[in-house]
Design a protein around this ligand. Structure first.
Ligand SMILES: NC(=O)C1=CN([C@@H]2O[C@H](COP(=O)(O)OP(=O)(O)OC[C@H]3O[C@@H](n4cnc5c(N)ncnc54)[C@H](OP(=O)(O)O)[C@@H]3O)[C@@H](O)[C@H]2O)C=CC1
Ligand SMILES: O=C(O)C1=N[C@H](C(=O)O)C[C@H](O)C1
Length: 237
């Protein structure tokens, strides 16, 4: 594949390295690519892979051509998600807050557990490296949607300033330090028993491999918005 990589940070650099090792060609890599080069490059690209910052989304979506978009940036608000959906009318777009296979499975397990463990108190805890820009993580927010798709619980981000008994709520807690690539726990507390669903990322390679797999997957797809559910189906087939 011919790729444009947006983001020159930890993820962007690893994606470039892994993509080139796998024989893909990186046409360009940057945060804000030179406007003069962008139209020509985007027309030649098979896929644009963005792991950077939400501020980059608008110019990425303004790129001409039909290159597929693999979007991995987190910290999006609902308007960013809506823009991604609109863009998917004309090109294949893949969005995942977490490209690891394990987290895709964790999301399904957490969703099933929430349906079966009615009445249990749910808390989501995530840990990341000290340089992470957003909190809570995009993955924690996706897990929250998985366990509470109707938004029927109060969402409590940290419990500081909220003393007293727990109400109908889900707690979301972010901790930061060191070089943690990304840990996520969904904990279900019931009377006299606790169920913990955990994912530990040993390195960023799992996200990079997933993103490159998503780019390859999109090459065979019509315009539309794709998620890890489709990639899981393909892996299981
Ligand atoms: N979906 C997934 O599986 C994963 C998603 N991520 C997400 O990918 C993103 C990047 O992660 P990571 O590589 O670790 O982060 P880094 O901080 O290492 O890199 C961020 C990149 O974005 C650029 N950037 C930062 N602020 C802006 C801005 N306001 N406008 C334009 N560009 C900007 C930085 O440029 P500069 O250095 O010049 O500031 C840098 O190139 C994050 O949102 C992270 O949560 C990460 C891992 C997995
Ligand atoms: O910034 C990171 O590092 C990660 N970000 C994603 C997120 O916000 O969920 C995915 C992964 O946990 C690593």
């Amino acid at each position: 594949m011919k790729l444009i990589i947006v983001g020159t940070g930890r993820m962007g650099q690893l994606i470039r390295q892994k993509a080139e090792d796998a024989g893909h060609e990186v046409l360009a890599m940057g945060d804000v690519l030179s406007p003069g080069d962008v139209p020509a490059l985007s027309a030649k690209a098979d896929a644009i892979i963005d792991f950077s910052h939400p501020d980059n989304l608008d110019w990425i979506l303004s790129l001409s051509g039909s290159a597929a978009l693999v979007e991995g940036t987190t910290g999006f608000d609902p308007s960013h998600t809506e823009r991604l959906r609109a863009a998917s009318v004309t090109r294949p777009v893949f969005y995942a807050s977490n490209y690891s296979l394990g987290v895709a499975v964790l999301q399904k397990l957490a969703s099933d557990a929430a349906k079966m463990l009615r009445g249990f108190d749910i808390e989501i805890v995530e840990a990341h490296h000290s340089r992470k820009a957003d909190a809570p993580s995009g993955t924690a927010l996706s897990l929250l949607d998985a366990v509470d798709p109707e938004s029927s619980f109060d969402r409590v981000y940290g419990r500081h300033g909220r003393p007293g008994p727990r109400t109908r709520e889900i707690g979301i807690h972010a901790i930061r330090g060191g070089t943690v690539a990304g840990d996520h726990d969904v904990i279900f507390f019931g009377p006299d028993e606790v169920v913990r669903l955990s994912h530990h990322a040993g390195s960023r390679e799992i996200f990079v491999n997933g993103a490159l797999k998503a780019a390859e997957f999109l090459q065979k797809q019509q315009p539309g918005l794709y998620t890890m559910d489709e990639l899981l189906e393909e892996t299981a087939a």
